[in-house]
Design a binder for this molecule. Structure first.
Ligand SMILES: Nc1ncnc2c1ncn2[C@@H]1O[C@H](COP(=O)(O)OP(=O)(O)OP(=O)(O)O)[C@@H](O)[C@H]1O
Ligand SMILES: [Mg+2]
Length: 290
């Protein structure tokens, strides 16, 4: 689907080095170029250590680019020293790969209310924000608001971390491996809620995932990162039509897509590269009835 509005995140030839000038120096990014249009869902994939988390931390100013390259978010050059990152953080919410690094209040309700409080919203509005955000991630407000954050399961912590970011009602939501540790049903539910957030509320979604089935089912476009560089980009169908290239980057394709590629090798090509079980089912019916 092409619902491209204006570019909200623009990254050009981004470089980033950790521990620069020390013996432990790591050149994590060596030329990342990508763009995110308002209202779309962009997936970022790549093998472990490719640089995905480093990229997304540039999007809300957690890492400021001081080397080669440029990051422009909602019209703001992120390298501009006079830029107040707080204004960016209200627009661009980032859910960390490790949610426990994001929770710091004792009680769940307080943790989720932290952002809205900082924004100076009055208590009633805050409470409504918290309730709404918890609902969005499937956490019961009454049941969870007074729970201790440290007593939560890994999956619940993740949901609280996402709710805390959602409570700011960002225009762009960035999820870094955010469904990891949640059971399959909870994952599916969370994904469909995120999809709803995108479709109904126009929230732009950028998500890093190593689950190809998940990426295929929701991403409009995909960027493949390898060794700190952008190596492929295209629609989900374009990307998953190239299993051999993806293999070179240590990646696979969704299960249903593998079935289609194997059928094609056996001389039964499918009309398109299926991305979901529903698409595959539809296409197999077409083949069977023709
Ligand atoms: N704080 C840090 N200090 C030093 N090196 C780091 C730091 N964070 C990441 N790196 C290194 O930078 C490179 C890119 O890391 P990054 O976390 O961005 O990868 P990733 O694609 O998110 O990996 P994963 O899929 O495992 O989450 C890796 O070599 C990593 O070891
Ligand atoms: Mg990562």
């Amino acid at each position: 689907m092409d619902t491209r509005g204006r570019v909200i995140i623009q990254v050009n030839d981004l470089h980033h080095t950790y521990l620069s000038g020390t013996p432990l120096e790591v050149k994590a990014l060596k030329g990342v170029t990508m763009e995110v249009y308002e209202g779309e869902i962009v997936g970022i994939i790549g093998r472990t250590g490719a640089g995905k988390s480093t990229i997304v931390q540039h999007f809300n100013g957690l890492i400021r680019n001081r080397e080669r390259g440029r990051v422009v978010v909602d019209g703001h050059d992120m390298a501009d020293p006079s830029l107040d990152v707080r204004t960016i953080r209200q627009k661009v919410g980032l859910v960390f790969q490790h949610p426990e690094q994001q929770l710091f209040e004792r009680l769940v309700g307080d943790d989720i209310a932290f952002g809205p409080k900082k924004m100076g919203l009055p208590p009633e509005v805050r409470r409504e924000r918290v309730r709404w955000a918890m609902e969005m991630v499937g956490l019961d407000f009454e049941k969870f608001k007074d729970r201790f954050t440290f007593s939560l399961s890994g999956g619940e912590m993740r949901k609280v971390a996402i709710a805390g970011v959602l409570a700011l009602q960002p225009k762009v939501l960035i999820l870094d491996e955010s469904t990891t540790g949640i059971d399959p049903r909870g994952r599916k539910e969370l994904l469909s809620r995120m999809l709803n957030l995108n479709r109904e509320h126009g929230v732009t979604l950028v998500f890093v995932s190593s689950n190809m089935d998940e990426v295929a089912s929701i991403a409009d476009r995909i960027y493949v990162i390898d060794d700190g560089r952008t190596v492929m980009h295209g629609t989900a169908r374009e990307i998953f039509a190239q299993p051999e290239v993806l293999r070179r980057y240590g990646l696979g394709v969704p299960h249903v897509t593998t079935v289609a590629h194997r059928l094609a090798q056996d001389g039964i090509p499918m009309p398109r590269v299926p991305l979901t079980v529903a698409e595959a089912e539809e296409d197999i019916w077409k083949i069977l009835s023709s």
